[in-house]
Every structure is written in C-alpha cells, then in structure tokens.
Design a protein around this ligand. Sequence first.
Ligand code: FES
Ligand code: MG
Length: 591
Amino acid sequence: MTLDNGEKKLRSRAWFDNPDNADMTALYLERYLNYGISREELQSGKPIIGIAQTGSDLSPCNRHHIVLAQRVREGIREAGGIAIEFPVHPIQETGKRPTAGLDRNLAYLSLVEVLYGYPLDGVVLTIGCDKTTPAMLMGAATVNIPAIALSVGPMLNGWHKGERTGSGTIVWKAREMMAAGEIGYSEFIDLVASSAPSTGFCNTMGTATTMNSLAEALGMQLPGSAAIPAPYRDRQEMAWRTGKRIVDMVHEDLKPSDILTKDSFRNAIVVNSAIGGSTNAPVHITAIARHIGVELEIDEWQAIGHKVPLLVNLQPAGEYLGEDYYHAGGVPAVINELMGQGLIHENALTVNGKTIGENCATRPIQDDRVIRRFDNPLKADAGFIVLRGNLFDNAIMKTSVISSEFRERYLSDPAHPGMFEGKAVVFDGPEDYHHRIDDPALEIDEHTLLFMRGAGPIGYPGAAEVVNMRPPAYLIKQGITALACIGDGRQSGTSGSPSILNATPEAAAGGNLAIIRTGDRVRIDLNKGTANILISDDEIATRREALNDAGGFKYPPHQTPWQEIQRGLVDQLGNGGVLKPAVNYQRIAQT
Ligand code: FES
Ligand code: MG
C-alpha cells in the first residue's frame, strides 16, 4: 500500500498502528511493550528490522553474531529503525547428527514463517557456518522483504609447528597420518584443534567461506563483508554499517528479487570457480535460485564456470587461510580481477544500491600470492564438470583438485586422454564404508573406483558428506592417498578429493547407483562428460526388476519426525535439494 506522500506503507503498520482494527492492534502492542519498548517507538512509523540470529552455544561458528548483533542494533537505531532480534533454528555443520544437511530446509521453513508472520519490514540475515547461509538466503528469497546478509567472518589462521593448519583440511591430513601410524589419538586431536584458534567459521575455502563469498558475489552483503575475520574490529564496524543500511533498504523498497537476478547467479558461478569454491555451492545456489524464481541449470556450472582459473590460494587447493584472504582484498579483489577479463556482469545490483561493478572497480588485489592475477593462476579450469550416463542423470566433479599423481595413475592412456576404467567397489552408506574399507578381501588396488550409495537426501536424510573416501591403510602406506570416488552424497568443502558427487537421482530415488555391484567395470570419460557401468541395457533392466521385486533400495529407518517429513518432500541434489512444495511459494510478502 502507498501513502499520500508516495512512500510505501510499512507492513509492520498492519500490526502496530491500524485504527481500523483496534482490537488486534492493542493485542499486538501490549505484548511487545512488556519488555520496555514503548508505544511511542512501535507507533513511530519507523521500520521494524528483524535480526535473524543464527548464533548460539550450539552453533559455535556463528556464536559471535550474539556480540555483533549489538553493533547491528546500534546501526539500525542510528538510521532510524527499530531492531527486533529473534532466534533461528541452529545448524552446526560438524555437531549435528546424522548430518547438518538435514536442517537447512528446516531452518529455511522456520525463517519463512517468522518473516511472513511477524511485524518485520526488513531483516538482517546473520550468516556463517555452511548451511546457515543458504538457509537464510532461501528464506529471504521466498518472502522477499528487504534483506541484507552479514557474515560472522572466518576464524583466525590456525598454526601448528610454524605451519598454517586449516579447519577440516587438517583432518584429512591427520587421518592419513594416523592410518599410517605416524601419530596417535591424542596428537590427532591436538593437531585438528590447532586449526580453530578463535571464534568464527572455518578458515579454509570450505563450504562456509565459499557460501559467504558467494552471498557477497550475489550482491546480498555489503562489499568486503565476507572475508573479514570474526575477531577483527573491522567486523564490528561492518555489523554497524549493515544495520544502518537495512533501514535505508526498507525506505528504498530494495528487495531480494531486485538483487538475485540471473546475472547475479552467473556472477556467483564465475566467482565460485575463481575462489576454488566447495562442491556444495551448486546445491545451495540452485536452491536460492529456485526460491527466487530464476532458472538455473546444472549444466551452467560447466558452461560458465569450468574455464575460469583458480585465483584464490587458500587451503584445501592452496596454502593460505582466511586472514590472508582478507588482507589480500577478499571478494571485491577477486571480482575486480575477473572484471578485467569481462567475466562479471557488472550491472548486477547489490544491497548498497550500487552495482557490483561500481563496488569492486576500486578494489584491486593487495597481495598476489594469496589472490593470484588472472595471467598467473594457481590452476587453469577451476570450475566443475557435469557428468552423466547410465549411472545417473547428472553429477559434478571438481577437476582442479586432481593431483598429477592421480592423473598419472588413472588418466595416462595416451589413446584415451581424460578416460579411465576400473573395477567398482560399492559401499552402502558411511557405516558400511568405515566397517569394510580396510578389509583385504575387497582387493582394492590403485585403479579401483570406490562407490558410495545411500548417501543422498533421501538415503541418508539430508545427504551425507561422505563421498570422499580414503583408500585402505595398506594403499596409503604405499603412497596412494586418493582413489576415484563416486557417489550420491556430498563431500565436505574442506576436502581436496577428486570425487564425482551429488549424483542425481540418488540410489534411493531410482538412480542406477542402486544396481551397481562390486566387481562391475565402470568407465568415466572426463572429456565427454560421461560415467557408465559397462553392462548391457538388458542387464540393467534385469537387475532393476530384481531390486523392485526385493522391495526397492533399502535405507535406514527414520529416526525423527522431520527425517520422515523431509524424505517425502525433498528434491534431488542436482535440483538444489529443496522441499518440492516450497518452490510454489514465491515473493509471499507482496500477496
Ligand atoms: Fe561451521 Fe565449518 S563447521 S563453518
Ligand atoms: Mg560441510
């Protein structure tokens, strides 16, 4: 509704200042007054700004938002708004069983209900740990009230014996050292703990740094916000600026649908390649796109992103960590460098009301050891490729993490560059893998392809980050640290494994991973983008019939009500893993 002076009437007025419905207005007001906020404030006509608080003692990565929210409030107040902070369902990546992936859609759903059902004119989305970022952006997309994201920032760099230890990445290294008998249980834990010296999210280029960087590349954060380490004073200042800005965004009626356009998603794909972003990014970015109503195909990740080189030299692909990323210029410097190559849609609008091109034009690289120049990248072709065949309709692979040793071992046939063939060894879920990986009877050798199935959004509710499997200990002792892994689950963004992931459809949703058997030959062709079991169509049909007769693909029983509800509604990873009915609801604050 528009007022006489041309300004849009704030939606919070329907609750707090509606003389036509005095009964309800009185009821709404009296309860919000009960902690001391005054009628004068609530009826002042000032925007009511929600602070969606994802930090708590259960969510250590985002916990610092509890402190930052104070500066956000001060910014909101200074710009003439009123802050109302509310809790968001916690999602702790490493602490939630069976997997934090289960909770992204739950936090999304609950945020939608809060933003739609309460008197909020705009919202500050506090983002950080892996799934908190997509959950918040998905919710803001569905409701479509003015929204701005604020990163909590990465932890300070971890150190051990003079070397940088990065979160997550150090675990993959430490478990190889333990499997090889170089360290024991206690040293293992000390080594891993050294990577977490302060408040904040993972300091590597895992899913958290990826998604926070992409939230900025999408235009949903103030420029430079993603990379500031959590404990730095600049982070407090950014919180204050973010609070100030959201009030103006409400007056300008600048909404997620103005910012999350096709061009901003294209920018996110390009930036994801240049930063060496997580293989979880396509899942989450697709989900955000579907909730705002922008068409984004999985193939665009290869078409737009594959040829972009890796510029950001952060672990796991490189050597540095979060503090270094910030000092080198963070996301604006990466985008500035990509702009020089014409790879960015510079007209995409951002939360500060300016275009991404305007924001980044004056922000060059500050340290080209950490953010490389385009003509001196860490690696060429840093994006994903999309594979398909009789195993699945689509799956993705980050080819930039293929080591030269791996390439030599699997991809050395000069007659067939990019092609490899091998024997499949199949595991049914992570427990089966942990139980049997070191069993010599499996006869796993350096050319084996390891399969993980039953790990998708239905099979292992929420989709487990388990596809990157370590080889058996006897191979690690021979120096074989990575085997080709293929599966319908996900992989941690902190892992540098060359795995084929997010297979869609998963075994539990009718995909042919359900009928592959240990001993089958499998052929992968990276150049053609194909992945096939070398059996006839008749054999596939026979196996599928036998599976159906046996009652279909088996997965563990539901443990909680939400597991059952989500299993019945969830889409596949290639489609963003969204709740299928939820994409029918778009821009609902306007209706
Ligand atoms: Fe929360 Fe990595 S575990 S950011
Ligand atoms: Mg993760």
